[in-house]
Design a protein around this ligand. Structure first.
Ligand code: UDP
Ligand code: MG
Length: 332
């Protein structure tokens, strides 16, 4: 797939970074030798997700020392998922590796990824063998999410697969064609298909700093994931409505018979208040779920650009203007 364009590197690594100044040097030191070993030519595209520390300074220094290390910097924090999308937009390599900056994804595994790619796999994903480095609470949260996703999601997710993976250019172009902003990459990787294989790897401890994902951020992310890959929460209310109506009908029959047999009396305040509150609760809940979907539809129809670039380092291929919003089926 190496066309006439000789500048096109064989392998690109894209790395979303958000306040990772302390990690960049160590990462580059471990990553570059691996790439030099496995790739004919390569580039690394850091996507600075609106860091407020010296991440950009570190990236500029890295680029001065090695022009194969490039960077794109956002105008503010857009989130890891969007940063990955931007990374995919900013490389024309034959294969793209996505990894975290904190050395939790061991760069040496890329060697196996590339070997699998050369065998013909287009979607080679790292499969974490255990989650021991995560806190007990985060593990429980993750577990519940995957259980729910398996139940409701319309795209099955491979066990333990995350963002650490290699994608063939064909898969990258498919992902680029997806302009959605509520991006749940794990779902998108599974949705595009292509010949896929898992490569087990052990997640290391974070090199420096702390995880950038609070439980609030994780919850939002989990909701985005569920809602962009399932319409079940929307549909389920039809069935709940039917069940509640049947119960109400049975109750009516029961009350009618009771009145006919035992005569009229007017207790039932408790049952009245309970059923009113129960139904009120269900209606608010279903409205809330409608609202979640409508909010997301609103976000998508505004067609704002997915991200805004403030600065490019060692990336001269595009003018420094705001990207044009992408449409479905249109490549950026
Ligand atoms: N990250 C990002 N934007 C964010 C949060 C995180 O680009 O808003 C990057 C972060 O710099 C790191 C990767 O995404 O390279 C994974 O983040 P982190 O290690 O905090 O997540 P965890 O390993 O806890 O899932
Ligand atoms: Mg991490």
């Amino acid at each position: 797939m190496t066309g006439a364009d000789t500048n096109r590197p064989e392998i690109a690594v894209i790395i979303p970074v958000f306040n990772e100044a302390d990690n960049i040097e160590g990462l580059v030191r471990r990553l570059v030798p691996v790439l030099e070993r496995v790739a004919r030519s390569f580039e690394v595209v850091f996507v600075d997700d609106g860091s407020s520390d010296d991440t950009m300074g570190a990236l500029r220094r890295a680029n001065e020392q090695d022009p194969r290390l490039t960077a794109v910097s956002f105008s503010r924090n857009f989130g890891k998922e969007i940063a990955i999308a931007a990374g995919l937009d900013h490389t024309e390599a034959d294969a793209v590796v996505i990894m975290d900056a904190d050395l939790q994804h061991p760069p040496e595994v890329i060697e196996t990824f590339v070997a699998k790619w050369r065998e013909g796999y287009k979607n080679v994903y790292g499969q974490r063998t255990d989650r021991a480095v995560d806190s007990v609470m985060r593990r429980a949260f993750t577990r519940r999410f995957y259980d729910i996703f398996a139940l409701f999601g319309e795209t099955p997710l491979p066990e333990g697969a995350g963002d650490f993976r290699l994608l063939d250019r064909q898969a990258v172009l498919s992902l680029r064609a997806m302009g959605e902003r509520a991006r749940f990459s794990k779902g998108l990787y599974a949705w595009i298909g292509f010949k896929s294989i898992g490569v087990p790897f052990e997640v290391a401890e974070r090199a420096h700093g702390v995880s950038k994902f609070s439980y609030g951020k994780l919850t939002r992310f989990a909701l985005d994931g569920l809602m962009s890959f399932s319409t079940l929460p929307l549909m389920v209310w039809t069935y709940i409505g039917v069940i509640v109506s049947i119960c109400a009908l049975l109750m009516a029959v029961h009350l009618l018979l009771q009145t006919l047999i035992y005569g009229v009396d007017v207790p039932g305040y408790a049952s009245l208040i309970v059923s009113v509150m129960f139904l009120g609760g269900i209606q608010l809940l279903s409205l809330g779920i409608l609202g979640e979907y409508i909010g997301r539809i609103f976000g998508e129809v505004k067609r704002r650009p997915l991200y805004l670039v403030a600065e490019r380092v060692g990336q001269s291929s595009e003018p420094d203007t705001a990207p044009i919003p992408r449409r479905h089926g249109q490549r950026a």
